[in-house]
Design a protein around this ligand. Structure first.
Ligand code: PRP
Ligand code: URA
Length: 215
């Protein structure tokens, strides 16, 4: 297994606020309402770091005291691309940081037997090549869904891509990093392993079902 801690394009968060919120997410007693709020908050905290390289330019602003040159976000615009369904839960958190971001959608679900992703929808902002793209999905398990989603984004010209998840399995991180070494991966917590059903252990169960209150 790779040494993820020393890979420059892999960020594993250690912030106590993120870790605390993830622990509550894991608890099977946490209900839909609280689960949804926590996913949003964690996405906001992760997004704060993931967007720390947004370019700025100095603009002139007149304060009540005097005129000054002061930095504002410039250049590349942002696109948030959730992988449906569970990735949707992270969108409000990132949008709270950058309310002007465009939002694309990639729909896919895992085949329960093969664990392979089955794509069913793709709608992205156009032109995508001018944007920094943040792909969101709370769970990076086998990595199949993330790799396929990023393949689709690159096929239509997406270039500067970041992938943000809340919980990852080592198997998924390795697969995603090998397939797309240029993509910066942000991980709330790196868990132990996948089980025979390709669920993350200890994980939090099925993220989509817990966000939307299904099953
Ligand atoms: C979950 C999760 C990821 C995918 C991760 O989606 O939200 O998209 O599985 O697994 P992978 O890394 O092995 O591909 P799911 O298929 O349950 O669909 P849903 O979000 O619609 O519930
Ligand atoms: N998808 C989930 O929602 N949870 C897992 O543990 C694996 C894939």
């Amino acid at each position: 297994m790779m040494d993820f801690e020393n890979e420059k394009n892999i960020t594993i968060f250690t912030h106590p606020l993120i870790q605390h919120k993830i622990s509550i997410l894991r608890d099977k007693k946490t209900g839909t309402n609280e689960f949804r709020k926590l996913v949003e908050e964690i996405a906001m905290l992760e997004g704060f770091e993931a967007l720390s390289d947004l370019p700025t330019e100095d603009v002139e602003i007149e304060t009540p005291i005097e005129t000054c040159m002061t930095p504002m976000i410039s250049g590349r615009k942002l696109a948030i691309v959730p992988i449906l369904r569970a990735g949707l839960g992270m969108v409000p958190g990132v949008l709270s940081l950058v309310p002007t971001a465009k939002v694309g959608h990639i729909g896919m679900y895992r085949n329960e037997e093969t664990h392979e992703p089955v794509p069913y929808y793709c709608k992205l902002p156009h032109p995508i090549e001018e944007r920094t793209i943040v792909v969101t999905d709370p769970m990076l398990a086998t990595g199949g869904s993330a790799v396929d989603a990023i393949d689709q984004i690159k096929k239509v010209g997406g270039k500067q891509i970041k992938f943000m998840c809340i919980i990852a399995a080592p198997e998924g991180v390795e697969k995603l990093h090998k397939a797309h070494p240029d993509v910066q991966i942000y991980i709330g917590h790196l868990d132990r392993e996948l089980n025979a059903d390709a669920y993350i252990c200890p994980g939090l169960g099925d993220a989509g079902d817990r966000i939307f209150g299904t099953k």
